[in-house]
Every structure is written in C-alpha cells, then in structure tokens.
Write a protein that binds this ligand. Structure first.
Ligand code: HEM
Length: 368
C-alpha cells in the first residue's frame, strides 16, 4: 500500500490517531506554535490568571445546566430555583458550585490584577494586554451583578434596587443608565429579562472574545520577567523554562486545588435563598455582594457625588495606568511611591469591605 492509501484507510485511524488527525488538519504546527514556547524561568504568575480562566469554564458548564431548569420571569423564577434545589438531582450542588465559582472568579481576577500590577507586568509592550484585562474585570463584575437578581428573592431584588439606584446617581448619564438597566422606572419583569439576556448571552460572548484577545496577546508577547524588562520583540533573555509541559502541569495542579476548595465550599456552605421578592416590603440592611461593598460603604461617609465619581475615576485610572507609569523600573523597591500609593488604596478598599461585612466598626460620621 502506498503511504497515501495507508493514511486514507480507516485502519490508520486506529493504528495512529494523531497521525490520522495530523494528515487531515495539520494541527501539529498550530500545537507547536501554541505550546512549545519558553517562558522566563523567573516569571511568577502565581497561576491567578489561569485559575480565573478555569473558574469561567466551571461557570459556563454549571450555568448551562442551571439554564435548563431556570425560568426567567418574576412569577416563576423563584419557584424554579427552589425546584432546582429540592427536586432536581444534584441541583443544589450545581447551584452552589455556580455561586461559589462566581465569587472565587471575581477574587482571582482581582488577585491576578494585583499580581500584574505589583510585578509591573503591564509595562511596554503589554499595555494592550492590561487594557483588555480591565475590560475582562468589568465583564466579570457585571456577570456578578446581573446574576444576583435571577433568583428573585428579597436579597436579590433589593440589592438590585440599591445597585441600579447608585447607577442612576451618576452625573449626566444617570437617568438614561437607570432606564437602560431597569427597562423602566422600577425593577420589574423588564429588568429581569434584560439581566437574564445579558447574563446568559451578551456577557459570555463578550468574555470569550475578550479572553481570546487577552490570551493571544499573552502568547504573542510571552510572560513578563518580574526582575527586568526583556527587549522586545524576541524570545526572553536569561534562563527560561518550558511552557509545555512544565508550566502547564503546575497550572493543572493549581486548578486541582481550586476545584477541591470549590467542592468543599459548595458542599459545606450551599447557596441559600431568602423569601420571594416583595417590591412593597423593604427588608432591613440590604447590602450588595462583597465586591461592591467598599463602594457602598464609602458612599455613606462622603458626599454622594464624590462617592460615585471617585470609583469611576479610579477605574479609568487603572485602565490607563500603563501610560501613566512608563519608566523602565519593575522591581518594587524601585517603584516605592507607586507601591505605597497602591497599597494604601488597597487597604482602604479592604477596610470599607470589612465595614460592610461587619468585621470593622464604621468610621465616625458614617450614615446608615
Ligand atoms: C477573566 C479575567 C482574566 C483572565 C481569564 C486572564 C487570564 C490571563 C492568563 C491565563 C494570563 C497568563 C499569566 C497568568 O496566568 O497570570 C494573563 C496574563 C496577563 N493578564 Fe490577565 N486575565 C484576566 C484579567 C486580567 C486583568 C483584570 C488584568 C489587568 C487589568 C490582566 C492583565 C494581564 C497582563 C498584563 C498579563 C501579562 C502578564 C505577564 O506577562 O506576566 N488580566 N491573563
């Protein structure tokens, strides 16, 4: 048999599946380009970006399963969630994993941002990687915000009222923003259908597209060396290690640990649900999710306009940070002022989050 005839036969698929696929796709070249790269031996990603990616995959899988039974209308949404928890096999576990993975994803995206920031891995030529990262952070937060409403219980309903109220207080565009978010003056069925549509369609597409660009840039530029800036373009100078299999295997171990933590959290602390939403009865102490608590508590101690504008300006500054801090220094001891400033902002954020969680006393003069 000629080589061509041998490859064409079905038996060749069983004998050498990799060769069979290769002869029909030419995938080896692509796999080599993607995997067989070298990264600086000193790169310390702490695997946070990869963990965020892993958690998104978990969210897509559990979210799809939930969507099979969830009914997106205020009359029946609450009952459909109760039914997922009580009647569907492992429904409570799927819902809990979705709940905890959402929280962990936000935590790890934030940790990833901090890692990149403190290692100055955003500096030239990685400015665009950073900007796409900020967009990913925004999408992740909106995922949390829109998902929170879907169970349509008291907590979900009133947190959305408070959250959209804050959006409505943004100067100039506030009224339009409120209308856009709620689909009317109040939180109603119109709000739920747009939150559902955004949560299950718009955001997943946006996240996948942004992530594809983000990771392509990471691949094209290689990982940053936290000790020095490598001249670009070109492979890293100094000692390197293999991305595949060495780094990939370490990353998989990190995912394995996160998966274990996720299963323990979801099993021991299942996602709860309160009474069905009642637009006529405001419950005591409505608060947003932990990742919006800092802004929420901050709003109580400063005039409303400042409390709303400062986080917006802060986010804009974060987005353009690579263009503000452009020097060649990457070591923290060479960036003392920036590091001290960022640490103070971070501690203030942690303090206000702690106030919201009742871990710390509120500052004097804080309203309720
Ligand atoms: C869903 C959100 C995100 C995902 C899945 C993600 C994923 C990743 C992954 C897998 C890497 C490779 C290195 C690593 O694991 O740390 C990376 C690198 C990077 N990310 Fe993200 N990222 C996200 C959000 C962000 C955010 C919020 C920022 C900053 C604002 C950011 C900025 C960067 C930069 C600058 C690099 C290159 C770092 C280096 O070369 O050391 N990313 N990202």
């Amino acid at each position: 048999m000629t080589v061509d005839a041998e490859h064409a036969s079905p038996a060749s698929l069983v004998k050498d599946p990799a060769e069979w696929v290769e002869s029909r796709t030419g995938f080896r070249e692509l796999a080599a380009a993607l995997l067989h790269v070298r990264i600086p031996a000193e790169a310390q990603t702490l695997y946070f970006g990869g963990i965020a990616l892993f958690l998104f995959v978990i969210q897509a899988a559990t979210g799809t399963l939930l969507a099979l039974y969830y009914k997106p209308s205020p009359e029946v949404a609450y009952d459909s969630v109760i039914s997922i928890m009580n009647d569907i096999n492992f429904g409570w576990l799927i819902r809990s994993v979705h709940h905890w993975a959402a929280n962990l994803m936000i935590l790890f995206v934030a940790l990833h941002l901090l890692r990149v920031f403190f290692q100055a891995a955003f500096k030239r030529p990685r400015e665009l990687t950073w900007i796409f990262g900020v967009c990913l952070l925004g999408v992740t937060l909106v995922f949390g915000f829109t998902g929170y409403l879907l169970p349509w219980d008291q907590r979900a309903y009133w947190a959305t009222v408070v959250g959209t109220d804050i959006a409505g207080a943004v100067p100039i565009v506030g009224d339009q923003l409120l209308l856009l978010l709620r689909g009317g003056a109040d939180v109603t069925a119109a709000t739920m259908s747009r939150f559902f549509g955004i949560h299950v369609l718009v955001l997943p597409i946006a996240l996948v597209v942004l992530m594809a660009v983000h990771l392509t840039l990471v691949h094209q530029l290689g990982l940053a060396n936290p000790k020095k800036i490598d001249p670009m373009p070109g492979p890293p100078t100094g000692p390197t290690r293999r991305f595949f299999p060495d780094y990939v295997l370490d990353e998989l171990i990190a995912w394995y640990f996160i998966f274990a933590i996720l299963v323990v959290l979801a099993s021991l602390f299942p996602a709860s649900i309160e009474a069905k939403a009642n637009p006529l009865e405001t419950p005591e102490g409505t608060k947003p999710e932990w990742y919006f608590l800092a802004v929420y508590e901050f709003l109580k101690v400063v005039p409303r306009l400042i409390g709303i504008m400062l986080p917006i300006i802060g986010l804009a500054l974060i987005a353009i940070w690579p263009f503000l801090e452009r020097g060649p220094a990457v070591l923290m001891r060479r960036r003392k002022r920036v590091v001290v400033f960022a640490t103070v902002v971070l501690l203030v954020g942690i303090y206000f989050t702690g106030v919201g969680l009742n871990f710390f006393p509120p500052p004097p003069g804080a309203g309720v």
